[in-house]
Each structure stands twice: as C-alpha cells, then as structure tokens.
Design a protein around this ligand. Structure first.
Ligand SMILES: *[C@@H]1O[C@H](CO)[C@@H](O)[C@H](O)[C@H]1NC(C)=O
Ligand SMILES: *[C@@H]1O[C@H](CO)[C@@H](O)[C@H](O)[C@H]1NC(C)=O
Ligand SMILES: *[C@@H]1O[C@H](CO)[C@@H](O)[C@H](O)[C@H]1NC(C)=O
Ligand SMILES: *[C@@H]1O[C@H](CO)[C@@H](O)[C@H](O)[C@H]1NC(C)=O
Ligand SMILES: *[C@@H]1O[C@H](CO)[C@@H](O)[C@H](O)[C@H]1NC(C)=O
Ligand SMILES: *[C@@H]1O[C@H](CO)[C@@H](O)[C@H](O)[C@H]1NC(C)=O
Length: 358
C-alpha cells in the first residue's frame, strides 16, 4: 500500500498497529475488513446486552420494519443514501432538504413502486416555521395513513455544515450560524418530534465526524459544533432511555461523498472570509497544508454505504449501539485519543503539516 504523508502521520503515532493493519489490508479488501470488524463489534454489543439480561436489565429496544422516518440533511451523500435505502425497504421517508429540487432528484433513484414513500420536506433546521410545518406534514400523513404506518420510527440527523478557517478569523456571526445549523437546529427538530417519538418508542440518530476527536487546525468551529452535539447526544440517551427511545451517535471518518443524488460537498462547505491581510499572510501556509491533508484523506474514503449500514443498524436493530465509528480511520482516531497525550498528537499534526508544506 502506498505510504503517503497522511499514512506517515499514522505510522508515527501507531506504527505497530498500522503495520498490522496494512498487512491485513494487503490480504483483504478494506470492505471485508470493515465487515469483520463490525461483526465483532456487534457481537460484543449483543454479548453485553445478553449479560445485562441475565441480571435482570433489559437493554433491548422495540424494532420496526415499517413506519416513518424523518431525515434532516437528506441532500447530503449519507443522508440521501439512507433515504433511498429506507424508502426501498418500505419505510415512509420524510426527506428534509434546504431546496425541494434536491428531494425530487433523490426520488429518481428510488424504484417507481416505492416513489410515493419519499415525501420531500423543506426543512432548514434553523427555521422554526419549517420545523413546525414538518411536524404538521407528518401528523397530516399519519391521520390519512393506515394504523401500522403511523409510527415515527426514528429521526436521523444528517444535517451539518462544514466550515473552514483558523479560529482567530471566525466572526461572532459565523460562530453563531455554525452552531445554529450544526447544534441548535438538530436539537430543535428532535424536541419538536419528541412526543411522536415517545409514542412509538422510536430512535434518535445523530451524525458527527471523526474530525472532532483530533484537534485538527482550520476545522475548529465545525469540530466544536459537532462536539457540543455529541455531548448533548450522550446526555439525551440517558434522559430518554426511560421512554424506550434509543439514541445513537454515528461518527464517520473519511466517507466518499461523491454521488449522483447529493449536492457536492464543495457546494455546502464554507470558509471563513474575514481574514485581515496580516492573518492572510500568517495563516496561508497552514491553510494550504491542511487543504492538502484533507485532499489526501479524501483519497482513502469508504463508500457512503458503510455509513448507511451503521445508520440502518442503529434504526432497526433490537440492540442498537450507542456509538458507531464508521471506517477504520474513525476507529483509529478514537484509539489515538485514548492512547496519546495532547502534546504527542499536536506534534504529530505539526510534522504532518510541515511535510505537506514541502
Ligand atoms: C403518506 O405517506 C405515504 C407513503 O408511505 C403516501 O403514500 C401517502 O400519500 C402520504 N399521505 C399523505 C396524506 O401525505
Ligand atoms: C442529537 O440529538 C440530541 C437529542 O435531541 C440533541 O440534543 C443533539 O443536539 C443532537 N445532535 C446532533 C448532532 O444532531
Ligand atoms: C463531553 O465532551 C468532552 C470533550 O470531548 C468529553 O471529555 C466528555 O466525556 C463528554 N461528556 C459526555 C457526557 O459525553
Ligand atoms: C453516477 O451515474 C453515472 C452514469 O449514470 C454512473 O456511471 C456512476 O457510477 C454514478 N456514480 C455514482 C457515485 O453513483
Ligand atoms: C476554502 O479553502 C480551501 C483551502 O482551505 C480552498 O481549497 C477552497 O477553494 C476554499 N473554498 C472557498 C469556497 O473559498
Ligand atoms: C515545522 O516547521 C516550522 C517552520 O518551518 C518549524 O519551526 C517547526 O519546528 C516544524 N515543526 C516540526 C514538528 O517539525
């Protein structure tokens, strides 16, 4: 396997493990390794649930193979791929998007017999009116639907806005906006639908990015907004467990976001724009290095279907996990966070930045 600079970062940090991983990679394709690792994780999770059941604690949740699902950010690659798959499996999918044509494009990827199962919703999560309208749309559908379809099986928060820029250059306005979209908005949606979720004992699934586990430069605002979301998600899990609602967090690493049904990430990604000339000069090398690192990372992605698989498991399994780390990179990142000190990780990042600057 080619050893480019992002891999030498990994080598530096965890060379023995990477050595083993690369050996395994050379024998098996990545997807097979992932399937094996996932199977082990699910086994461990089920074992845990089983052991708890022996001492009288029931950690299983109701699972539905029908009903309705609300997806925010359905025009993203992961959101869209989940929407298509769930509609094909017979769920009614309320696909929240920022522009309705995105949802209509999604529809064309669903087989004609399931077309009617995807219901487009204009849902900007920062807009209270949109959220209220979404609740009304779902309630209206339930009032007309046969009894067995009248369950809100889950809410899947795929909404999120990447934002790049050194922290020094982020205006208060940008900070507020990012937190609104990535943290406050998803929370507002869940609150608005909580009664329906309680009735059905449905699920909450939030997406976050492995970026938040390592303090990588330039991605600070995004990271902070997702970290806030992650923390709130863990708390929510404990708050609503008593209602039979399962809450799972999906933490994805580098996922292939190119698809024919979603908006390209470059369209949704934003950069800080209020650099002073001095900041421009000071940060230019760093911004450039990080964008090279990001580009390299994008060459080692897993297919969006790997993320979809985790989401569908979180939605439908009797024994959903509390967190899913999607892709080898996101699993390793977690491990690094446990094993290495801040200083070691910082140093590794600096070496990496310096390398890509050459
Ligand atoms: C409700 O959702 C179903 C898809 O499962 C759709 O066929 C039906 O037309 C919807 N009803 C209303 C009133 O929106
Ligand atoms: C996840 O859901 C919880 C529960 O409502 C919410 O507090 C949190 O903000 C959500 N996080 C994300 C990233 O959607
Ligand atoms: C909240 O986030 C911090 C920082 O990542 C972490 O150390 C802490 O364990 C989290 N708390 C919960 C309840 O998830
Ligand atoms: C997009 O569509 C083209 C042509 O239909 C196809 O060759 C390509 O594989 C598709 N890409 C994805 C990511 O589905
Ligand atoms: C954002 O910054 C990256 C480098 O970090 C650059 O490649 C990209 O073109 C910028 N995008 C916009 C919209 O300015
Ligand atoms: C990275 O490069 C800068 C500037 O050239 C240098 O000062 C610093 O020591 C280097 N850091 C590492 C960890 O190599």
């Amino acid at each position: 396997m080619a050893r480019n600079s992002s891999y030498s970062f990994l080598y530096l940090l965890f060379s023995p493990l990477i050595w083993i991983t690369s050996k395994v990679y050379s024998i098996l394709p990545t997807t097979d390794i992932l399937i094996i690792v996932e199977a082990l994780e699910y086994m461990f999770n089920n074992l845990q649930v089983f052991l708890f059941s022996l001492v009288g604690y029931d950690l299983k949740f109701i699972s539905y193979d029908h009903g309705s699902v609300l997806i925010t950010g359905a025009s993203s690659a992961i959101g869209g791929s989940v929407a298509i798959q769930l509609a094909e499996q017979g769920y009614t999918v309320f696909a929240g998007v920022n522009a309705l044509p995105d949802a209509h494009r999604l529809k064309t990827f669903i087989s004609p017999k399931n077309h009617h199962r995807l219901i487009p919703l204009l849902l900007d999560v920062t807009n209270q009116n949109h959220i209220q309208h979404a609740v009304q749309t779902v309630l209206h559908n339930f009032s007309q639907a046969p009894e067995r379809e009248r369950q809100l099986v889950g809410i899947i928060n795929c909404v999120g806005m990447p934002f790049d820029g050194p922290l020094e250059t982020i205006s208060a306005q940008d900070w507020t906006h990012i937190l609104q979209v990535n943290t406050v908005g998803p929370f507002a949606v869940i609150s608005a639908f909580m009664d329906l979720l309680r009735e059905s004992r449905g699920r909450v699934i939030n997406l976050s990015s492995a970026n938040t586990m390592i303090a990588s430069p330039i991605h600070g605002v995004y990271s902070a907004s997702k970290q806030a979301l992650e923390n709130a998600t863990h708390t929510l899990r404990n708050e609503v467990f008593r209602f039979g609602i399962s809450v799972s967090l999906i933490i994805y690493g580098a996922v292939d976001t190119s698809s024919n049904f979603s908006r390209p990430i470059v369209e949704t990604k934003r950069n800080s724009t209020n650099f002073t000339p001095k900041q421009e000069t000071l940060y230019k090398p760093l911004v450039k290095s990080v964008s090279i690192i990001d580009k390299e990372t994008k060459e080692h992605t897993v297919e969006a279907s790997v993320a979809t698989r985790a989401i569908v498991h979180a939605l439908t399994s009797e024994t959903p996990k509390s967190r899913y780390l999607v892709g080898i990179d996101s699993k390793l990142t977690r491990l690094f966070g446990w094993v290495f000190s801040d200083r070691v990780l910082d140093l590794a990042y600096q070496v990496l930045v310096n390398q890509s600057a050459q």
